[in-house]
Design a binder for this molecule. Structure first.
Ligand code: HEC
Length: 401
């Protein structure tokens, strides 16, 4: 099967899945303590902005707009119908306002990056809408959920969404189990997402689907189970069952065996420094037989999680910071899932700017340059946009200085 086609249709099905979810706006109940780190604003910041709305309340707003517009975005007829235009207009404006506030009060750079991406997507969507490019606006709207998933799966969460059962009234007809799992991830119903993924990763499904797709779903599952839920035992159990299943293709079973071995060996408490993480990621690399081999993906998922934590909780030298960003960039390249906003180039650039004199900056530059060329090559050859060329030459000069 054509991989790009598969990727594109995965996006579309996820978004049509979201469109079924329109019935229930979140209620205001259940304010628990916020689990995620970006709330760690500094004291002086909370003094200057005491009324900044919490991420949780902003998300209530995001979800409210989503529920309203998604059903209208399923077809271009609905999206461009006169009677819907006031609702869409109001919703898009509200989203733009919320996305401004979302990035205005954060210190976590990954959150910040995805938030900015989210904000830019919303800006692009609004300007397309205003200049009558309705189809483009519709397309961007339907892809917004990759931002939701990326941001929600970037670190550990102590609890699922506090909104009581966002989806009790969802029309689930016509959605595959995987689509539902993705949808649950987008709205932070992680426990249910994991149950659904496990249901979908069954022998029967394996005999129906392409191995490439199935392997990707296992990776999406592991991102939620390992990064968000830190449930290593659960992943070992699921993978072990699959590893023994003859309907799973042999090459995938080989990788599953390597993932299980690495997970059994892994002790979260042993990983305290950037150097420890580097060891973990290198171990993943030694498992791979060729560059694009996904044998090391588990090490990269765990490595990214630890690096993110170390970067936001430890005071690091600039060289350690640069290494951490470099490793995050490399991990992102290896994980590379369509449900995730790609952060690789962002981290690699950050590594270079953080310590341009370091070896990590040079390695980061090499990876960044090759990734930019790779992203811009197609059947007609390579065409790198001038903005990217300009950035590359600026970064190269920084390193040379
Ligand atoms: C830039 C990061 C980011 C983006 C983008 C993002 N979210 Fe969130 N979202 C968060 C964080 C952080 C929380 C947890 C807030 C808390 O509990 O303090 C959250 C929480 C939620 C919740 C649970 C709220 C609750 O009351 O527990 C829902 C629902 C939600 N988001 C929906 C969405 C949807 C739908 C999208 C995409 C259209 C989205 N989010 C995009 C960061 C993000």
């Amino acid at each position: 099967m054509n991989y790009l086609f598969a990727v594109a249709s995965a996006f579309l099905t996820l978004n049509s899945a979201l469109a079924h979810a329109a019935d229930q706006p979140p209620s205001k109940s259940g304010e628990k303590t916020a689990p995620l780190t970006q709330k760690k604003t500094t004291p002086e910041k909370s003094k200057t902005a005491p009324q900044a709305p919490s991420t949780k309340s902003l998300m209530g707003g995001v979800y409210g707009v989503f529920s309203e517009i998604l059903p209208l975005s399923v077809s271009i007829q609905k999206f461009s119908a006169k009677e819907n235009s006031a609702t869409i207009e109001r919703g898009l404006q509200k989203l733009e306002k919320i996305s401004d506030e979302l990035v205005a009060h954060t210190k976590d750079i990954e959150f910040d990056y995805i938030g900015s991406n989210f904000k830019q997507d919303i800006k692009d969507m609004n300007s397309a809408w205003k200049s009558g490019r309705t189809r483009e606006a519709q397309f961007i709207f339907r892809n917004l959920s990759t931002n939701c998933i990326s941001c929600h799966t970037r670190e550990e969460a102590t609890s699922d969404s506090s909104q009581p059962k966002l989806f009790t009234k969802v029309n689930q007809k016509g959605l595959s189990t995987i689509e539902l799992a993705e949808l649950k991830t987008a709205i932070r119903e992680f426990s249910e997402a994991l149950d659904l993924y496990e249901q979908a990763l069954s022998p029967k499904e394996f005999s129906l689907q392409s191995p490439v797709l199935m392997e990707g779903y296992i990776v999406d599952y592991m991102i939620v189970a390992l990064k968000v839920k830190s449930d290593v035992a659960r992943v070992i159990k699921t993978l072990t069952l699959l590893g023994f299943d003859p309907s799973v293709p042999f090459s995938l079973r080989m990788n599953i065996g390597k993932w299980v071995a690495l997970l059994k060996d892994y002790r979260a408490e042993d990983i305290k420094s950037v150097a420890d993480t580097e060891k973990l990621i290198s171990k993943g690399k030694t498992l791979s037989s060729f560059p694009l081999d996904s044998a090391g993906v588990v090490a990269n998922i765990l490595g990214a999680k630890h690096l993110q934590f170390i970067l936001s909780h430890n005071k690091l030298s600039s060289s350690d910071q640069a290494e951490a960003y470099y490793l995050l960039g490399i991990s992102e390249l290896s994980i590379n899932r369509p449900l995730q906003v790609s952060k690789a180039n962002f981290f690699l650039e950050k590594a270079i700017r953080t310590a341009p004199d370091s070896l990590f900056a040079q390695n980061a530059y090499t990876s960044l340059e090759s990734n930019i060329y790779y992203q811009n090559s197609g059947s007609l050859g390579v065409y790198v946009p001038s903005s990217d060329l300009k950035k590359l030459s600026e970064l190269k000069k920084l390193i040379k200085k």
